[in-house]
Write a protein that binds this ligand. Structure first.
Ligand SMILES: [Zn+2]
Length: 262
């Protein structure tokens, strides 16, 4: 299983270095799914000239049927963010059918997710919140334990009353310390927030440690393998596609791997 990811990594890059670094395959324990790195065609973002055209783009490409927004600029920014998330996650991501954009400077919330809808307070920006709430949506889709991973009040609201996963998370001091060091305090409040904050940070280009990604996988965070590869490459798929500079990316990957291996 360990070697498999390594092979996939090099197959993807058409490289054959597995022999040279086989003693260091501990780096790649995270992966097991050989289909993760299938050939993927990135989706190109296209600026729309009207709200209707932008809504059609979101409906066709992401199955988002309802968007409430106030300007063409706003919805274009949303579509650009959706494309970025789709491309970094190699298409293995979904979005709720409804997205609501609003602007409230007096509200302290950046946004929220619930009832198949993401809402974003654009006063605090767009992409960061979109990434965070999309993580919640996908986490809920793939993890049967999602409702047990919220904060205490959220678990009670869901009628679950099983606090075992939350309590284990809160009492794991080394992990709490790690999360605080690499992310921020809010990510320590529950496993669900930890997963969403980790996903958000990587989508925004932050480099995180392998230990943190292992923890992310432990709490069933979406696309752990793809996120690790994204971090190893250090380049967004958008940019890689736009410049079409595969050779440069390979060199970057080599340099990064050498650096990690010491
Ligand atoms: Zn959250």
């Amino acid at each position: 299983m360990k070697i498999k990811y390594l092979q996939n990594l090099f197959e993807y890059k058409n490289l054959n270095l597995a022999g040279k670094i086989k003693n260091h395959n501990y780096l790649f324990r995270i992966s097991s799914n050989k289909n993760t790195f299938e050939k993927f065609k990135p989706l190109m973002y296209k600026k729309s000239s009207s709200i209707e055209e932008a809504k059609a783009f979101a409906r066709t490409n992401f199955n988002i049927t309802e968007i409430s927004c106030c300007s063409t600029g706003n919805i274009n920014e949303l579509n650009s963010g959706l494309c970025k998330l789709y491309n970094i996650n190699r298409g293995k991501i979904s979005f709720p059918s409804c997205i609501k954009l609003y602007k409230h400077k007096n509200e302290r919330f950046c946004g929220g997710y619930g009832n198949n809808m993401i809402s974003i307070n654009t006063f605090y920006g767009m992409f960061r919140t979109l990434a965070h709430e999309t993580a919640h949506f996908n986490h809920e889709k793939i993890s049967k334990n999602y409702l047990k991973m919220g904060k205490k009040t959220e678990i009670v609201e869901s009628g679950n009353y099983d606090f075992s996963i939350l309590e284990k998370f809160l009492s794991d001091k080394p992990s709490q310390k790690l999360i605080k060091r690499e992310l921020y305090g809010y990510a320590c409040s529950s496993p669900a927030e930890f997963v969403a904050c980790t996903f958000e940070a990587i989508m925004c280009g932050k480099k995180l440690s392998l230990d943190l990604l292992k923890l992310y996988r432990k709490y069933e965070g979406p696309n752990a393998e793809i996120l690790l590869k994204h971090q190893l490459e250090g380049e967004s798929i958008d940019r890689a596609h736009a410049t079409n500079s595969i050779e440069r990316n390979e060199n970057f990957l080599f340099r990064t791997i050498r650096k990690i291996l010491g």
